[in-house]
Design a protein around this ligand. Sequence first.
Ligand code: NAD
Length: 335
Amino acid sequence: MSHKVTLIPGDGIGPEVSEAARRAVDATGVKIDWEIAELNSDLILKTGQSLPQSVVDSIERTGIGLKGPVTTPIGGGYTSVNVGLRKRLDLYANVRPVHSLPGVASRFADVNIDMVIFRENTEDLYSGLEQEVVKDVVTGLKVITRVASIRIAEYAFKFTALTNRKKVTAIHKANIMKLADGLFLRCCREVAARYPEIEYSEMIVDNASMQLVMRPEQFDVLLLPNLYGDIVSDLAAGLVGGLGMVPGANMGEKCAVFEAVHGSAPDIAGRSVANPTAMILSAVLMLQHMKELEAAKRLQTAVERVYAGKTNVTADVGGTATTTQFTDSVIAAMK
Ligand code: NAD
């Protein structure tokens, strides 16, 4: 049986890394009927539409997206289509597993880092509600709701129980944002009380940032509102070799969109130097979601083999391989 998947190449390094992921998935032998959906800055500027209905329709039809990054202009211009897509499809749970892979050159190569980040994906300061109250005075609305906080907490605890993980740490700034982060914490505590076998603790986000650098091995499952989840994800990626390494999944009730933590990396786009590992590992998460477990395992093992061999890796992790050469090695390692 073939699966239908919406493939969004994106822009910047997106087309390069998503092509790598598509090739790697096809090489597993799992039959995928790819539906290509264009979503990139050129198209947005040309059409004036930040989220074309055709992209939403395609993911609603297939139920699964594999997505490259899309550029968002800084300090003006169109609003983020990445955030727009997550809200539109109600992809409320952003799940980002952060593991050290053997052989990867990083400052923490001798530490066993194995954590999963659960980031609330639909609200917080990503509400996009900002206004200039009077000239040179701007406010932005941080929206935290019980519904969204409970469901991300439930998602994280259910995952922790199912995967036999031991510990959930909720990360917050409720000493300052007493109402907003206070509500988030109350919801986390309420869900934690239903899972007495799982150790639950809380940490203020500034301390958590320091702890992540000093003793990353203490973390198991991290549970965060949207903005802290975004920042902490990049920090955590830095512990295991950088943004080229960490995959992600945006999960909703009806659809799931798999994408790397990284952005469109305009500084290296178009040169075949981007590391496609994060995108290929996002495809591994997608195969797991499709219950193609054997193929997922084979692809994951192939990536690990290439890193263990150390020779055919990309420049961000100390090698000289191009995006295509790395992908060819992964495909060869599956045979
Ligand atoms: P970025 O993640 O694109 O890049 C940060 C740094 O990491 C750069 O030096 C880049 O070269 C490097 N890097 C990222 N991915 C890499 C890879 N696969 N291989 C090797 N090096 C890699 O973050 P940024 O520069 O802050 O953002 C660029 C654009 O991407 C912005 O417009 C931002 O809004 C957008 N963005 C999109 C998404 C998404 O589509 N989900 C996520 C984050 C950022």
